[in-house]
Design a binder for this molecule. Structure first.
Ligand SMILES: Cc1cc2nc3c(=O)[nH]c(=O)nc-3n(C[C@H](O)[C@H](O)[C@H](O)COP(=O)(O)OP(=O)(O)OC[C@H]3O[C@@H](n4cnc5c(N)ncnc54)[C@H](O)[C@@H]3O)c2cc1C
Length: 561
């Protein structure tokens, strides 16, 4: 539904006219009515775009510029193509498509050939349950024959600095608190209660892991390992909804790609349906540096001096890229968009790969997962055994995952330091084994990767659904898509897919595509209502002073005036 309340300054909850007052109702109803009737983008008949004189005819010209060739970008371009909008250009920083679904070569097998490991997305998360909807990534993985295996999370052993210790009973205590948080989130939505961070919700549910390395490790494994962020900065409401959308909506299964061509083989398959080999519409190795937009088109400037003039553009850059100012916008993005970009978070998820001589692999080969508990929360906690019979048997490869805080630490230190740290951890986990020197060692540094600046997004408390919608909303002819713009599936491949599809359809409609919903401005909220109107900051509510006062001659607001 590309509609929404585009509130004016006067018509928001923090204004002098409080909601529920007749004056407010009249004003706001009128605003909504006006909004619905005046913000249609005029669809244009599909025609070849002309080169504008503003760039002296130097730019390539196209109907739609798709910025980024990850899941969202390729899906959007495919949707355009399916609706006969074939005049598009895809601009991509890297030398291949895939984005954050990205594999690399690592170590070597007996013949000296390297293995393929996934630096980014690895799982198809949620597949299908009979009678229910299917995860579109699962559909594509099956269609293009991507090899994958079910991850059995119960195949697990737990460790601490003394070696193997069984503390799996902590899962039950955590699950009880999680169930409380989950139900409480549902009540909160239905009753319009304030959102909370997950840490508070867990506390309320009776879970207080501080100071207990085992409990901290279990909590990290259950939360940070999925969301790449700590519960303290994650929204109770939207994290719960996000989890439910995937794991109750599709299925509880996590399928791990072991395909030696790479997980993104499915994306290459998808692209091959509408792009030729060496298709001139795919501009690889093209770094966008500036996007100039208006209500008549979008001009994209690249680091090599080239440019593209498009009637419409869809940017699929990560929140990390948008926050980094690596790409500038002309005119500067309006406040409502800027706030949304800088409020949605991007976490970091780092896999640290080690290959040991296969005949000296020292961990139990028949177990898939290991947890290590440290006094420092999240310190090399999760380990996955790739040398398991299901995955890459005989490879001697094991890898460890760290997230945001610890990811920043490893991103900013030399490989040798990180290697020494993980080997010290392995020595604690397996005190009775000889730990040999790894023959290969590698990890990506997602926090500083200039085309991602992080791994995937996370929803903080304090960001409302309307605030998030501002991340999605178009500005004139410029549209936004990607995993982060998905309200229900943010962080997942399916989020990127759905958003690429939705925005692709909307832009196809705007360029004259047939059988599509109307070409409309998407909902945006130029002023977001807070939970407490400013007029309620009064002594009778315990608000004693004018805390909004600034030194100097700036307006003084609040404190009851
Ligand atoms: C370590 C890690 C683990 C993950 N694990 C999983 C998982 O197991 N399961 C799951 O479902 N999801 C997982 N994800 C998330 C998943 O990878 C993403 O949701 C998805 O790939 C995002 O796709 P996208 O198209 O939105 O963005 P991207 O893939 O980031 O696509 C955007 C594209 O824009 C390009 N770009 C950026 N800046 C510029 C520029 N200036 N000029 C030109 N091009 C530019 C980029 O190169 C990129 O190709 C993981 C991600 C990471 C990083």
């Amino acid at each position: 539904k590309p509609h929404g309340f585009k509130g004016s300054q006067k018509c928001r909850r923090g204004s002098q006219k409080l909601p529920n007052s007749p004056a407010y109702d009249e004003l706001c109803t009128a605003t909504v009515r006006t909004y619905f009737t005046t913000t249609t983008i005029r669809p244009e008949p599909y025609a070849t775009a002309t080169v504008s004189s503003s760039t002296g005819g130097q730019c390539k010209s196209t109907k739609v510029a798709v910025l980024g060739a990850g899941v969202a970008g390729i899906t959007a371009a495919q949707v355009l193509s399916n609706h006969s909008v074939t005049d598009f250009l895809i601009l991509e920083y890297n030398t291949a498509i895939g984005g954050r679904c990205r594999a690399d070569k690592f170590g070597k097998d007996r013949d000296g050939d390297p293995y393929t490991v996934e630096l980014g997305a690895n799982w198809i998360q949620g597949t299908v349950t009979e009678g229910g909807p299917e995860n579109p990534i699962w559909t594509l993985v099956k269609k293009y024959g991507v090899k994958n295996e079910f991850t059995n999370l119960s195949s697990l052993l737990t460790y601490d600095k003394t070696g193997q210790v069984d503390y799996t009973d902590k899962f039950d205590a955590f699950d009880a608190a999680y169930s409380f948080a989950e139900e409480d989130a549902g009540t909160g939505i239905l009753m319009n209660f304030q959102d909370r961070d997950l840490r508070s919700a867990f506390n309320l549910g009776g879970w207080t892991p501080k100071g207990d390395p085992h409990a901290m490790a279990i909590e990290w494994y259950e939360m940070d390992y999925e969301y790449a962020q700590i519960p303290d900065v994650s929204s109770q409401r939207f994290t719960t909804a996000n989890f439910n959308s995937t794991f109750y909506g599709f299925s509880e299964l996590n399928q791990f790609s072991t395909d030696q061509r790479g997980y993104n083989t499915f994306l290459h398959g998808q692209a091959s349906e509408f792009l030729e080999d060496n298709d001139p519409r795919l501009l690889l190795n093209t770094i966008v540096t500036n996007i100039s937009y208006s209500d008549s088109g979008v001009t994209i400037y690249n680091s090599d001096g080239s440019c593209v003039e498009a009637d419409y553009a869809i940017t699929t850059f990560s929140v990390g890229v948008l926050q980094s100012n690596a790409v500038t916008f002309e005119p500067p993005l309006p406040d409502w968009k800027n706030i949304a970009i800088n409020t949605m978070q991007i976490g970091v998820y780092t896999k640290i790969f080690l290959q040991f001589p296969p005949d000296q692999a020292f961990w139990p080969k028949d177990t898939e997962n290991f947890i290590y508990a440290s006094k420092k929360r999240g310190y090399y906690t999760a380990w996955q055994n790739l040398d398991h019979p299901k995955y890459i048997p005989g490879s001697g490869i094991i890898f460890c995952t760290v997230t945001t805080e610890q990811s920043y630490a490893v991103d900013n230190q030399d490989d040798e330091i990180t290697k020494a740290e993980v080997l010290a951890v392995l020595r604690e986990m397996f005190p009775n084994s000889t730990i040999p020197e790894p023959i290969a060692f590698m990890y990506p540094r997602w926090s500083t990767t200039p085309w991602a600046y992080g791994s995937y997004s996370n929803w903080p408390p304090g960001l409302s659904l309307e605030g998030h919608q501002n991340l999605r909303a178009n500005i004139q002819r410029l549209f936004f898509a990607g995993e982060a713009t998905s309200a229900e599936f943010y962080g997942y491949m399916q989020g990127a897919y759905f958003e690429g599809k939705n925005i692709g359809e909307l832009v196809a409609a705007c360029t004259g595509g047939i059988g599509l919903p109307a070409c409309m401005d998407m909902a945006r909220y130029e002023s977001l209502g807070g939970d407490t109107p400013v007029a309620a900051y009064v002594p009778s509510n315990g608000w004693m002073q004018t805390s909004f006062q600034t030194i100097g001659d700036v307006d003084v607001v609040g404190g009851g005036g």
